[in-house]
Structure formats: structure tokens, C-alpha cells
Ligand binder design. Sequence first.
Ligand SMILES: Nc1nc2c(ncn2[C@@H]2O[C@H](COP(=O)(O)OP(=O)(O)OP(=O)(O)O)[C@@H](O)[C@H]2O)c(=O)[nH]1
Ligand SMILES: [Mg+2]
Length: 454
Amino acid sequence: MSTPTPPPRSRAVLLGVQLPGVSDAEHESSLGELARLGKTLGLDVVGRVTQRRARLAPAAVVGEGKLRELAGWTDGTGVVPVGPPGARRRDAEPGDDADAEPATPAAEPAAPRAEVVLVDHELSPSQGRNLERATGAEVLDRSAVILAIFQRHARSREARLQVEIARLAYWAPRLRETGGGDRQGGGIGGRGAGESQLELDRRKIRDRIAELRLELGAIERESGTRRKRRGDLPTVALVGYTNAGKSSWMRALTGSGVRVEDKLFATLDTTVRALQPETSPRILVSDTVGFIKKLPHDLVASFRSTLDEVRECDLLVQVVDAADPGFPAQIEVTGEVLASLGAAESPRLLVLNKADRLDAEARASLAGEWPDALLLSARDAADVAALRERIVAFFERGHVEAELVVPYARQRVVAEAHAAARVLAESHDETGTRLRVRAAPDVLGRLREMLERP
Ligand SMILES: Nc1nc2c(ncn2[C@@H]2O[C@H](COP(=O)(O)OP(=O)(O)OP(=O)(O)O)[C@@H](O)[C@H]2O)c(=O)[nH]1
Ligand SMILES: [Mg+2]
């Protein structure tokens, strides 16, 4: 087998429509995020084309003039060809462009040409195809970009299967509508090199998805068993927007070597480790995949079992990048994803992270605005100790102190006490081992029962 050549660095242009009700700041931040997603894929974002419209143009998202402006970046014709393959042109529908901002006439960009168009909206298969035909470029919507990043970052068999299922589900309707094999090359979106349309017809894709689901099911059962084996150990899940700093906290709290990168979706696999220094019983912490605005549903569905960790944990630690001015919107998106996972009601600690990147004034104003949140930095040892304390305190709320006298004939109870409770003091006298312990009432009950059993 030949060594795969690294994909050539491509240039991309962004396409976004500012719909009614979307503020300038929201529009700007959404495009900024799309640019970061593109960068994560290794694309150079060289320009952007935006338009205010009452709605997306049904044929090609933007109107005719803007489409020509876009094609100026890609050396395309700027028009959706009439006639097969594809739907008829609908840009000229009466009234369609009536409330759209006029296009900048004949904008001739001085910047380099782009080979890829990134669209900040979900495209219907025909919109995607029309844009490709008008621009001559590869066109990826937000979902396709996110799927391509997931595909690149998936390491474990489980993550690879999850991404592949989501990717096939996403591309199936789009492949079907692609005209006579005009795209077989396997672009950035990852349609797969050399896969012809015939080979990828709907039935085959359905069969393939079924096959992959079977394989994934077997792996999921294994992780389910692993989760069960961990039994009743208290668990904390780190959740939040991508790049917020979840893995950095995972490393800081557990000493594990998970990947930390200034990249979107660096983490796809769930990692579970014990909180350090260890408590008794141990508290498990899990690091999970990050969320983002408009996360494709196929991906959420596919990653459901990975996200079981989030659904089944006792405490969510929601990590937020407080240095990002758009973080309140990220908190909202995270809330929505958690709700869709059935974890909206779980107890939650909000960590406003990256406090080290804020000045005193910004910190003070955040502390005033978010009185219940912890303003911390994963890079600060004292902050790490503080969050650890908060987590431990959460699990110890309702715990009570008690004294146990364990006869020497029953030392198993001493071992059990160390495993299941916090032992505050231990001494020995003629009656046996005296333990001062702090634990949940049911744990104390169980230890006493062990002592009383004949
Ligand atoms: N200055 C500063 N940078 C931080 C802090 N926490 C994390 N970072 C940086 O933020 C970037 C993302 O951190 P990660 O821990 O990988 O973020 P994540 O939430 O796991 O991201 P994904 O796995 O991609 O969703 C990295 O460059 C980190 O070094 C912090 O408290 N202060
Ligand atoms: Mg991570």
C-alpha cells in the first residue's frame, strides 16, 4: 500500500445569511466559529460573502447577485445552470429577493481563489448541488464540516463507527441526488475516494449502516458492562462547548494524559479516571465530546451511547470558556444538548474557565453576573484544588460522622470502611479497631450490619 499523501491545503470562502432576529454580534460569532471549524480541517479561510435576507433562497441560499459575488471567489460561473441534472432554477421566484440586501456589484476579490465554500446553514441536497454548480467549488455546510472533523479526529473503533454511521446517514440523500458521477474524487467532506454513485446507492448505504450498527452495538454492550462494573461509585462528567477546557480539567483533576489541543473536537472518546488525590470511595471523572451550535442530529444520535456517561453521572461539571465573549450563547447550546440527552435536571456546577485570561475588572463583573458559578483556571493549582473540594463536598453532603468499633475477628469491615467511607481517624485497643468515619447514612448502615451479622 502506498503512503497516503497529506491533503493539499485548500482555501475556503465563507457564505452566511443574516436572518431576521439574528443580531450582528450573533451573526459575526457564528461566522467566526465556522472559520475556526474550517481551520480545524486545515482550510485557509480567505474571504466571506454575507447577505441579509428574510429567509434562505430556496435554490442557492443567496440571491443571484450574491451568488455571482461568491463565484468571483471560486472562478465559478455564478449561475445555476438550467436543465438536468438537478432542479430548475428558482432564484427568480417572484418576491424571493424583494427583501434581500442588494449584492455588491461585481466585487472582484483581490485575494486568492478558494476551492471550498463553507456555508453557515444546513443545506438541502439541491441547494448544495446548485451552489456547487454555480461556484465550481466543493460546498460544505456546517454539518458536513463538523462530520469531516469528527472523521479526522476519531481514534477508537467505537468513535470511528459512530462517525461513519452519522456520515453515511448525512451523505445518503446527497449522493443520491448528485448528477451522473460528476464527483467521485473524495473531497474534504469525505465522500470517499473512488466511490461511485452506483456503488453507494441508498439500499447499499442502508445495509452498510445496519452492519456498522451491529458492530457498534457489540462495543456499546461492552462499555455498558464496564459502566455497570463501576457500580455505585460516584461519577462526575465534564461537559460543555468544544474547546472550553474540559480535557484540561480532566488532566488537572485526575492526572490523566488525555489530549488537550487548541482545536475544535479534539476529544471524541470518553475517558474515565479517578479524582486525585483519591477519595474513598473513589470519585470517577469522565471527559466527553464537546458540543457546538447546530451539532448534526445524526452525530448526536450516533454518539448517544458515548454520552450515556453524561446521562448517568451524579454531577455535571459544565466547563465554559469565559474568555470567549460569546460564552452565554454556548451555555445555552450546552443546556439544549443536555436536555436532548435527558440530563437537563442533573445537578450541575458551572465553571467559568480560563479566568487567567481575564483582567481583574472582567473577573469582578463576571462574578457579579454569575454568582453561582466558579470562576477558575485549569492552569492554576489553587483553582484545581478548589474545584476538587467542591466536587468532594457535593458527594459528602448529607454524609454523617460515626464511630465504629470493629473486633479483631472482623477486619474485613475495616477494609470495607476504607473502600466505602472517609476514615477520619483509626486507633487500636483491646476491643478492636476504632474507626471515626464519615459516609452516607446508607453506607454506615451497611457497615453496621456487617458488624452485627453473626
Ligand atoms: N489560558 C487558559 N487556557 C486554557 C485553560 N483551559 C484550557 N485552555 C486551553 O484551551 C484549549 C482547549 O482546551 P481543551 O482542554 O482541549 O478543551 P476541550 O473542552 O477538551 O475541547 P474539545 O475536546 O476539543 O471539545 C487548549 O489550548 C487549552 O490549553 C485555562 O484555564 N486557561
Ligand atoms: Mg477535550
